[in-house]
Design a protein around this ligand. Structure first.
Ligand SMILES: [Fe+2]
Length: 259
C-alpha cells in the first residue's frame, strides 16, 4: 500500500481574455474561469484533499496577449505555487516565460516538465506549433521524452499534453490533434510505466485505453464542445476539471461545477 496518495488536478483550455468584457462564442471566459478557480478552492477544503499539484494543459490565453498571462497569475493567486503550465495552440511561449519565470528558464526551447510527486512521475509535453492549430512534438522533444522515460523506468508515470495523441470520435477535432501521435506512441511502447495520458484541446470529457495506457481528455474550464459532433457545436454542460488520485493504481474523476 502506498502511504500517501498524491492528488493532482488537471485544468485545461481557459481561453482567458485580457479585456474582461470580451466574449468568446457569447461567453465571458474570464468570469467562467474565476468561478472554476473558486470551486477548486472550495473543493480542496470540502474534500480535504491532500492536494499536490495543478496541471493546466494549455490554451491559457485565447487572445495571446502578455496582459492575459498576468490576469491568469492574479486569478490563480496562491494556487500558482502548486501549478505547472503547458502551452496550447493559442498560447505564446515568450509571454509564458516572462510572466511565470519561476517555471521556465529563458533558454528552454520547449515548455515541458518532468517532476516526481509521491513516487509518481508527471511529464508535461509541449505540443505548441507557432501559428498552427494542430500540435506536434518534433524529433528533439520525442528524443527528450524517450530519455526521460528510460531514466525513470521504475516510476509509474502520467503524461500531460494539450493536443490528444488519440481520436475522440469527432472528425473536426481529430483532424487538429497531435500530428506526430504515432511517433509518441512508439516511444511509449518500450515504457510500460506510462499509466495514463491526460490531454485538453477538445473541450469535452473522453476516455479510452490502448496497450494498458488510459487516455483521456478533460472538460474545459470555460466553454464545452458537444462530443461526437461533426462540427464545432457548444454543449450546455457546466465547465469542469479532472482529479487524479495516484496511489497503487491510477484513479481519475471528472468534476463539473453545479448547474
Ligand atoms: Fe482550447
Amino acid at each position: 500500500m502506498a502511504t500517501f496518495m498524491p492528488t493532482i488536478l488537471q485544468l485545461t483550455d481557459l481561453h482567458l481574455m485580457a479585456d474582461p468584457l470580451v466574449e468568446l462564442k457569447g461567453a465571458r471566459t474570464r468570469d467562467i474561469v474565476k468561478r472554476v478557480f473558486e470551486y477548486v478552492r472550495q473543493e480542496i477544503n470540502r474534500r480535504r484533499w491532500r492536494f499536490d499539484q495543478i496541471v493546466i494543459t494549455g490554451d491559457l490565453a485565447h487572445d495571446e496577449l502578455r496582459e492575459t498571462y498576468l490576469v491568469l497569475r492574479e486569478l490563480l493567486g496562491e494556487l500558482n505555487d502548486s501549478c505547472l503550465l503547458l502551452p496550447g495552440n493559442h498560447d505564446d511561449r515568450g509571454f509564458m516565460r516572462e510572466v511565470f519565470p519561476e517555471q521556465f528558464t529563458a533558454d528552454d526551447d520547449f515548455l515541458n516538465f518532468s517532476v516526481e510527486v509521491g513516487g509518481w512521475r508527471l511529464i508535461g509535453l509541449d505540443s505548441h506549433v507557432k501559428g498552427e492549430v494542430p500540435g506536434e512534438l518534433g524529433a528533439r522533444q520525442l528524443d527528450w521524452i524517450s530519455r526521460e522515460l528510460a531514466s525513470h523506468a521504475d516510476q509509474p508515470t502520467v503524461l500531460f499534453i494539450h493536443h490528444p495523441p488519440f481520436a475522440v470520435g469527432s472528425d473536426w477535432v481529430d483532424a487538429i490533434g497531435l500530428q506526430d501521435a504515432d511517433a509518441l506512441m512508439s516511444c511509449l511502447a518500450a515504457s510500460s510505466q506510462v499509466k495514463a495520458i491526460c490531454a485538453g484541446h477538445v473541450h469535452q470529457a473522453f476516455e479510452t485505453e490502448a496497450n494498458g495506457v488510459r487516455m483521456m481528455t478533460t472538460p474545459s474550464s470555460s466553454l464545452q464542445f458537444t462530443p461526437q459532433a461533426d462540427q464545432l457545436c457548444l454543449d450546455a454542460v457546466p465547465p469542469g476539471f479532472r482529479v487524479l488520485q495516484l496511489g497503487d493504481d491510477f484513479q481519475s474523476e471528472v468534476v463539473r461545477l453545479p448547474e
